[in-house]
Every structure is written in C-alpha cells, then in structure tokens.
Design a protein around this ligand. Structure first.
Ligand code: NAP
Length: 338
C-alpha cells in the first residue's frame, strides 16, 4: 500500500474536484449492525490522508445520528471535504426499516434545516433526493432544491435511484451534478438508460454499494447465519436462503482475477466499478462503505488497478445470474419504472 493520494475526478461540469473514490459513511451509525466509533473516526481521517474527499451520509442513516457522528470530522476539515447528504426517507422508531418517502417542498425545507443543524455547517456541498415520492412531480421537488441553492444552503444537487426520464426532467429545471444509484458487479440495471442519460447530460455517476453491500468481498456468505440481528442485509433477498447459496458461487471469477493481480476480491469489485468510467465515458466516483481504517487503505488501493479486456469479459456474465432482488421492496428503486 502506497501513501500517495488517489487521482481526482470532476463532480459534474460546475462541481468541485473530488478524489476518484469517495467514502460511504452509513455503516458507521446504521444498517449493518454495531460498529466501533473510534475505528470509524480513524477510517475517516485515513481516507482524507489518502485523497478521499467525497463523504456520503443521509438524514435517514440512524435518524440523523450519522450526520451528527460525522460533524466533528467535517468541521475539522471543512475546506478539504465535500459533504454529501440526502433527504426523502424517514421511518418511525417502531419500524426503523420501514420507509416513509416524501419529496414535497415543506418537507424538503424542514429536512435541509435539520441536516444543516446536525452537520453544524453553513452549506451542504451536495444535496440529494434520496428516493422519489411518486405523489410529487420531480420538477416541483427539484424546483425547491434549486431554491435552496439560490438561498446558499446547498451548493450542488444530486438524485438517487431515479430513472433516465426523471433525471432529464430534473436537469431541465436545475443542473444535476450527480446521480447516486446502486452499481456493482451484482447490480447493473442502471447501465441500460440512466448511465447513457447521465453521460449525455454531463452528470457524474456515484455508485453506491459498489461492494454489493460486502457480499462481493466474500466477508459473509449468508446473511441469515453470518450477520447480527440488527443487520439490514438479513432482509435482502439476494443475501439469504437459497439465493445466497447460489450467489456465492458467482464470486469465483472475482477471486480468480484477484489472484492474478495479487489483490483482494474487494479491490477487484471496486476496480471494475471504477473502470466503468472508461467503458461508458463518464465520471464515476464510487463510495464504498467501511468502518475500518485498514479497509479504507485496501479499497483506495483499488483505484490503481486496471483490468484487462479478458478480465472484464470474465466478469461480464456475473450480474445477469444473480438470484434475488436488491431490496425486499423494489417499488422505491428506479429499476422497473423506466
Ligand atoms: N443512495 C442510496 O439509496 C444508498 C443505499 C445504500 C448505500 N448508500 C451509500 O453507499 C455507501 C456504500 O454502500 P454500502 O455500505 O451499502 O455497501 P458497500 O460499500 O458495497 O459494502 C459495505 C460493506 O462491505 C464491507 N467492506 C468494505 N470494504 C471491505 C473490504 N475491503 N473487505 C471486506 N469487507 C469490506 C463493510 O464492512 P466494514 O465496515 O466492516 O468494513 C460493509 O459491510 C453507504 O455507506 C452509503 O453512504 C446509498
């Protein structure tokens, strides 16, 4: 592992430059079971040392806890970090994983004020709509987001899990800097419409869960047996039961390519996502999530791996064979709405 900083990418035409790999911070407070706060802080600091500048959170991650947890780190390094957070998903304490989706203007205004307060910053660098509320026209939602830009509360706008049509409609109201959607060796549905639309509009792709929520690393093989009760992945169809058993077999080519590079499967999964920038011709800034300093180093190392055409061909068939949906409830995902 070298200590040199990673390359940079442009976060949309009018956006800032960011490290070509960002850091997903969700798991530091939520979703994947208990984490060690001290180790998470060490991971954040190490990431910045290595040139990671885009940090991803959301108001939904631990009902604001993740934003609060990150605040001291952001304040310490305000000039060097690009803070991305999101509105649009909430839940009740009784059912923490049941999603309530809202995109209406009064709700957005309430959310941005709450995020600014929890983060304790003057401005959010990149503000995403986390999920689409089908009861509100996208133009109205983005119109309100654009007002936040004019008011100086938000610098750049992003959308998560949108269709190509929604992206185009939104972009016509106000430039969209980034689309954040799931993209990995296991989840490639956005390549059909969203990626070409982002390319045409000059929008950066920010792949979330680029490690297939950890499954592509081989760190767990069945969520039912390998993960704690508090782990959200136990509700995800592709990580449980027969689907998990079938999907584990799909990791073999990733292991083979990893061996050839003297790399880990995680690094190959990340190198593949990163290389989609070249394959599709648009900026791609994946945000792998980790709560561990050593894994930040490992994951950042993937930005220097280039896969050969033969290796890409070996990895190509994997996604089409994956058993099970990405989410227990797919109505909130962009797939199927095109
Ligand atoms: N927009 C959306 O709807 C949405 C949805 C999901 C996630 N996100 C964002 O995307 C970020 C990343 O996605 P994600 O966290 O769901 O999934 P991910 O990045 O695909 O995988 C994260 C999992 O992999 C493990 N991991 C990371 N590096 C590893 C390595 N080198 N070796 C072995 N295991 C490793 C992590 O555990 P350790 O912590 O133990 O390393 C964690 O369990 C999130 O943090 C969040 O900010 C956005």
């Amino acid at each position: 592992m070298t200590d040199s900083r990673i390359a940079k990418a442009q976060l949309a035409a009018d956006g800032p430059q960011v490290g070509v790999q960002g850091l997903g911070c969700m798991g530091m407070s939520w979703a994947y079971g208990p984490s060690d706060a001290g180790e998470s802080r060490a991971a954040l600091e190490r990431a910045l040392e290595l040139g990671v500048t885009l940090y991803d959170t959301a108001d939904a991650y631990g009902a604001g806890e993740n934003e609060k947890f990150l605040s001291p780190f952001f304040k310490r390094h305000r000039e060097d970090v690009v803070i991305a957070t999101k509105f649009g998903i909430s839940s009740s304490p009784e059912e923490p994983y049941k999603r309530i989706i809202r995109n209406d203007p009064p709700y957005i205004r309430q959310c941005v004020e709450a995020s600014l307060k929890r983060l304790d910053v003057e401005v959010i660098d990149l503000y995403y709509m986390h999920r689409r509320d089908m009861g509100v026209p996208i133009e109205e939602t983005v119109g309100t987001m654009a007002e936040l830009v004019r008011e100086g509360k938000v610098e750049h706008l992003g959308l998560s899990e949108v269709t190509a049509g929604e992206l185009r409609a939104a972009h016509a109201v106000h430039p969209i800097s980034a689309v954040q959607s799931e993209w990995s060796l296991f989840s490639r549905d956005i390549e059909a419409h969203v990626v070409p639309a982002a390319k045409a509009l000059g929008v950066t792709l920010v792949p979330y869960s680029p490690l297939g929520r950890g499954f592509l690393t081989g760190s767990f093989s069945n969520a039912d047996t390998d993960l704690t009760d508090q782990d959200f992945r136990r509700t995800m169809p592709r990580f449980t039961g027969e689907n998990a058993a079938a999907n584990v077999a799909l990791l073999e080519p990733i292991r083979a390519v990893a061996e050839a590079h003297g790399a880990s499967p995680a690094q190959i999964a990340l190198a593949w996502v990163q290389q989609q920038a070249t394959v599709h011709g648009l900026p791609v800034v994946p945000i792998p999530g980790t709560t561990k300093r050593s894994r930040v180093e490992e994951n950042v190392g993937a930005t220097r791996i280039v896969l050969t055409a033969d290796e890409l061909a070996l990895l190509e068939p994997i996604a089409a064979k994956v058993a099970g949906d990405r989410y227990p409830d797919m109505t909130f995902a962009s797939a199927g709405r095109e």
